[in-house]
Write a protein that binds this ligand. Structure first.
Ligand code: ZN
Length: 504
């Protein structure tokens, strides 16, 4: 019985093959996390001239992790463990580990390691080209990298059995099990409901962006994060050009933000906190296994959007923090009422940059990208036509013209870095965030009072119990159902936006 003391099920003690599988998977996880640390470093600390060397390192680690994982010995162990898996409850750690590892293994063995390495190298070089193209607002140096990334994606897609739509195979890497047609149905509903909301909001008078001192921004952001649950023993906050969260190991969560005019330095930091708290609160017993991460990008984004919007833009949240904000920046907020501040941080205003967009227009930014990347993949749109197509459709959906590629097609790193199929997960996250939030409110009716007192631990504990702790044990669809009791449904999100923005 001793062999199963930590996380075992009480039914059968694990055979030696299970321990061997765990050791092999832990090594793969270590290599992947080391690669994640290089990614974090590239985007926060590394001088620009390091990018070629870094591209080689990332490609090498990616190849090693891939080769170790697809090793025939792993396949043999997974086969050998079938009877053991069948003897266990499905939700047990052991059965989940074997099931998820087998699914990952079957997918990974379709792709030759040399192609994985080529995609990683091309992505790292494309990322650098994107940074330079964006700085110069010149699409042309990025174009050949996009061509290369797309060509590699087609080789990647060809590794798998044909799908209903080519895009399904790319989407599956970010939102396993989701089909393009399901996303399209949800997005069509969002488009139908949100374009009128945006039109109704009209174009408000542009207000000059607040210029808050950088030191004050950082002090205040840290104060808010501390209250939400940031703890210096396992969390960091650093500056970057394009904010993200990285967790290069258990007990190591790294947030980034960008100190800048306006308030997005704060909402961005809270957004990344939402990603971080998901990773941090996964059951520690799942660390160094394929189960020890967020289950899909959509569910991950549901948490960043929960903390950023449903928590961080709520009135009860600011009932607690607004006096502190006024204290921190008396010149800027001393004469502004809490109500006016609430309206300012929640107004609907079509703008050019996705990461600065409000809750309503944000989804239109995503739908635009979702449509364009499908057209690129299907060959209906040439790379050279991309900036023009972007500008035209952007104006159609958001009602404002795009004035430069820097503020248009060059604003995001995803395509340059080789990520096609990723964007839709942002809006899927918005949709799921409200589905789960509605379910949580049933259990935590005192939430507003708790926020107003600066208490966020009950909320975090609820999400930990119902979502975070599961990691990748279940499929994204099963995980969503465990958290909220239903499957993907745009209805709650649309009603939430309509109610919030009708109230003004
Ligand atoms: Zn995010």
């Amino acid at each position: 019985m001793a062999a199963q003391a930590t996380v075992g099920s009480p039914f059968v003690s694990p055979p030696a093959a299970f321990d061997e599988l765990r050791i092999r998977l832990a090594e793969v996880s270590d290599v992947q996390h080391a690669s994640g640390l290089l990614f974090w470093d590239q985007r926060t600390k590394m001088p620009p001239a390091g990018s070629e060397g870094r591209a080689e390192q990332v490609a090498t680690l990616g190849r090693i992790a891939h080769e170790r994982f697809v090793d025939a010995a792993v396949g043999r162990l997974l086969e050998e463990l079938r009877p053991y898996e069948d003897s266990l409850p499905r939700e047990s750690f052991e059965a989940s580990l074997i099931r998820v590892a087998r699914r990952d293994w079957e997918k990974a063995t379709c792709v030759p390691p040399s192609l994985t390495a080529e995609m990683r190298r091309a992505g790292a070089l494309g990322f650098r080209a994107w940074s330079e193209a964006r700085a110069a607002s010149d699409f042309s140096p990025l174009a050949p990298h996009l061509e290369r990334n797309l060509e590699l994606k087609h080789r990647y897609v060809a590794c798998f059995p044909p799908a209903e739509e080519t895009y399904d195979i790319l989407l599956d890497d970010y939102e396993p099990g989701m089909k393009t047609a399901e996303v399209r149905a949800v997005f069509d509903e969002l488009k139908r409901e949100l374009i009128p909301l945006v039109r109704a909001a009209g174009l408000p008078e542009p207000t000059p962006l607040l210029e808050l001192p950088r030191d004050g921004q950082e002090r205040f952001a840290r104060r808010v994060l501390d209250r939400l649950g940031f703890d210096e023993r396992s969390w960091r906050l650093d500056e970057t050009a394009h904010p993200f969260m990285s967790s290069p190991g258990s007990g190591d969560v790294r947030l980034t933000t960008r100190w800048e005019p306006g308030l997005n330095w704060l909402f961005g930091a809270i957004h990344e906190f939402g990603h971080g708290v998901y990773e941090h609160d996964i059951d520690p017993a799942l660390a160094r296994t394929p189960l020890g991460g967020g289950v899909s990008l959509g569910l991950h984004e549901s948490q960043s959007r929960t903390w950023e919007n449903l928590v961080g833009r709520s009135r009860p949240f600011w009932r607690f923090f607004y006096p502190q904000l006024q204290d921190a920046f008396p010149e800027h907020f001393g004469g502004l009422s809490e109500d006016d501040f609430g309206r300012m941080t929640n107004r609907v205003e079509p703008s050019l940059i996705r990461v600065d967009a409000d809750e309503v227009t944000y989804n239109l930014h995503i739908i635009l990208r979702f449509e364009l990347e499908q057209e690129l993949i299907d060959g209906r749109l040439e790379i050279a036509e991309l900036p023009g197509a972007w500008n035209e459709r952007f104006e159609e959906y958001l009602g404002i013209p795009v004035t430069s590629d820097r503020e248009g097609v060059l604003q995001d790193m995803h395509w340059g870095g080789g990520a096609f199929g990723y964007f839709s997960t942002y809006s899927l996250g918005n949709v799921m965030s409200v589905q789960i939030w509605e379910r949580m409110l049933v259990d935590l009716p005192e939430l507003d009072e708790q926020f107003a007192r600066g208490e966020f631990a009950p909320l975090r504990a609820w999400y930990g119990e119902h979502l975070y702790r599961h990691g990748r044990k279940f499929t994204p669809q099963e995980t969503l159902e465990l958290a909220c009791g239903s499957t993907l449904d745009a209805g709650p999100y649309v009603r939430y936006l309509q109610a919030k923005y009708a109230a003004g």
